[in-house]
Design a protein around this ligand. Structure first.
Ligand SMILES: [Zn+2]
Length: 509
């Protein structure tokens, strides 16, 4: 434990907040986070770290917040001190007394960025970066159910980790919390109950993966609609030209209508149901994203319009929409495909999004550096970009630098079990192209995080690595990974600032 006696003395002497901050800054060996110094009705609060342990301290009186926090009490120089663990329960107390630590709707902000922090350790680094980009708002908590299962966390912990980061960095600009890629009604309710402010509805289970050549199948689905429903759709889409003020003209042939109905109508009805049941009653407090990106084929701009036109006509307030773009957005590596074609279609998708007044949501799968300049330029800053797993890879880089022997074990394990991970994630990585780790020096290991094949395999095996247990039921890697990253927080922050900073630069934010 670091000795904070001198600091406590100053608090007991009722030194002002700016004096305390100065003292904390000029004594970095105490491990106090200067920006975490806050005051609530005479109770001084701050966070500090020794080794791998991070805690919250409440000191100064036995006011309301002091009493509500759970921790170990002691008295020093007549000063009452409570040392608290960074638990979900304590984070709720912080949220109650410090409004800015609560997630909010980011609907009014043009540019938003989702940062899925799988380990719950990346947000301080992200916030240091976002302080330099005041026009962009971060979505700090952002996990799908799959990611929760693969990391062994729940929505309460994910949000609590974001709250602690916001408190530690004193980030007051506002942030979002996204229940990402939710498919089940129970999961949506759960995310809302935890206080999440964004719901990304994954409609993929209601989308038919048909090609336009499957005419018999398409006709069958179309004819299964009620007569009134058919009539309504034909009136809405046929025999007219949609001239969007944003500079796009769209028309539906009868075949195009039938095709889109066959693929998307169920998904549209599902989105409508979810909106009316869960989102609408919360009156603008929840940002609603409609995701149709997890499909076999790219979303044609006409289909994008078809979905949005029906939803908005039915009164759905869409905050963002995620189509599947052409080309491949594989995890952890750059864009694969025809960038010129991507640009053409991205422009059309942007015009549709602008017509309806929502943001295009780009589920980047991280690191689409070749496509980011197009996205930044065409969206003119009106966009939501999501990234997630890349924070895990930056964490792995820290492990390589600080504890290469741990990395070697993780690497061996990941390569042995990668087939399992490929059930969840489609990647083109070929393990045969990865150099033999036993022939690489510790210094050369960093190279593995620069090469596509090893990047992808380490990227998708995070869940297997984190949850792996030995015969005694003890985690093989999890605790050591957390310990290493906590001890090397500054290095992790540096890596994240640089790497996510590269995203921001190329997007032109
Ligand atoms: Zn997605």
């Amino acid at each position: 434990m670091s000795d904070l006696t001198l600091f406590y003395q100053q608090i007991a002497e009722k030194k002002g907040a700016s004096d305390l901050k100065k003292t904390a800054t000029s004594n970095p060996e105490w491990g106090i986070y200067p920006d975490s110094l806050h005051d609530s009705e005479g109770t001084v609060l701050f966070m500090f770290r020794t080794g791998a342990e991070k805690k919250l301290v409440a000191a100064g009186n036995s006011g309301k917040i002091y009493n509500e926090l759970t921790g170990v009490e002691k008295t020093q120089n007549d000063l009452k001190i409570k040392e608290c663990e960074l638990t979900v329960e304590n984070s709720k107390v912080i949220r109650k007394y410090f409004e800015f630590t609560n997630p909010i709707s980011l609907a009014e902000y043009k540019t938003t960025f989702g940062l899925g922090d799988r380990l719950g350790l990346a947000s301080p680094g992200h916030l240091k970066l976002f302080k330099k980009y005041p026009s962009v708002r971060p979505v700090l908590a952002q996990q799908s159910i799959r990611e929760l299962n693969l990391t062994g966390r729940d929505y309460g912990q994910v949000l609590a980790d974001a709250v602690w980061a916001v408190f530690q960095e004193d980030y007051r600009e506002g942030y979002g919390a996204d229940g990402d890629h939710l498919k089940a009604l129970d999961d949506i309710q759960m995310a809302l109950d935890y206080g999440y402010t964004m719901i990304t509805l994954d409609c993929s289970e209601h989308i038919n993966n048909l090609s336009s050549e499957q005419t018999a199948e398409i006709e069958k689905i179309y004819q299964s609609l009620e007569g009134r429903e058919q009539e309504k759709l034909e009136k809405q889409f046929l025999d007219k030209t949609f001239k969007l003020k944003t500079g796009l003209t769209l028309t539906f042939t009868p075949e195009a209508l039938k095709f889109n109905v066959a693929i998307y109508q169920q998904a549209i009805n599902f989105a409508l149901k979810v909106y009316n049941q869960f989102i609408k009653p919360l009156q603008g407090k929840i940002d609603f994203e409609v995701s149709i990106d997890e499909t076999a084929t790219p979303t044609d701009p006409l289909s994008h319009f078809f979905v949005a036109e029906q939803l908005t006509t039915a009164g759905v307030k869409i905050n963002s929409m995620a189509p599947r773009f052409c080309g491949e957005f594989q995890k952890a590596i750059d864009y694969i495909g025809d960038l010129k074609q991507f640009e053409v279609e991205y422009k059309e998708h942007t015009k549709i999004a602008e017509h309806f007044g929502y943001k295009l949501s780009v589920h980047s799968g991280s690191d689409k550096f070749a496509a980011f300049p197009v996205i930044g330029r065409e969206s003119k800053g009106h966009v939501h970009v999501k990234t997630a797993g890349t924070n895990w890879l930056e964490a792995v880089k820290v492990i390589i630098a600080a504890e290469p022997s741990l990395y070697r074990e993780m690497h061996e394990f990941a390569f042995k079990h990668q087939e399992e991970a490929r059930k969840y994630y489609v990647v083109s990585a070929d393990p045969k192209r990865v150099p033999d780790i036993n022939k690489l020096s510790d210094k050369e290991l960093a190279r593995l995080m620069e090469e596509d094949d090893s990047r992808q395999i380490i990227h998708i095996t995070y869940g297997l690595i984190l949850l792996a247990k030995d015969q005694n039921g003890k985690y093989i890697f999890r605790d050591r990974i957390y310990e290493c990253l906590r001890r090397n927080e500054e290095l992790y922050n540096q890596f994240l600032e640089k790497h996510i900073g590269k995203h921001m630069e190329l997007l032109g934010f």
